[in-house]
Ligand binder design. Structure first.
Ligand SMILES: [Zn+2]
Length: 131
């Protein structure tokens, strides 16, 4: 019974997305900062929680999708950058990373091969580097 009522309540509502989660995480950080430094900051955190709840239960789905698209325009490059850094860090023992001196394209080569000649995949510039 309560489950059906909950389903009826949630029907046609937007639900969560990465933006709502990002807002909640920002709220948590502000709560923490507020409780350590200056309590009025926690009010801002509460406002963020309310915003995230509002988005989740909103029936104005096109407006929420527009917000989400705007959020993804800067979030996706940031996420990709972070993923690249993470991959680079986890492979730091197997691969050496370097940039092509002419086009700045990021390249990698297996470590422990001594001096090698590299041909850039992007601009076909040939240069020597140590791995
Ligand atoms: Zn290049």
């Amino acid at each position: 019974m309560w489950y059906e009522r909950l389903q009826r309540f949630l029907y046609g509502r937007y639900g969560t997305d990465k933006l709502s989660i990002a807002i909640l995480v920002a709220g948590l950080l502000l709560s923490l900062i507020g409780s350590l430094l200056f309590w009025p900051i926690t009010l801002l955190a509460d406002a963020l929680y309310i915003w995230a709840l509002f988005r989740t239960f909103s029936r104005n789905i096109p407006a929420r999708q527009r917000e989400y698209a705007a959020f993804l325009r800067f979030w996706t490059p940031a996420e990709n950058w972070l993923r690249k850094k993470k991959q680079r860090f986890s492979q730091r023992k197997e691969y050496k990373y370097f940039k092509c001196p002419s086009c700045r394209q990021e390249l990698r080569a297996p470590r422990g091969r001594g001096k090698i000649e590299v041909t850039c995949q992007k601009c076909h510039n040939v240069f020597r580097t140590k791995t």
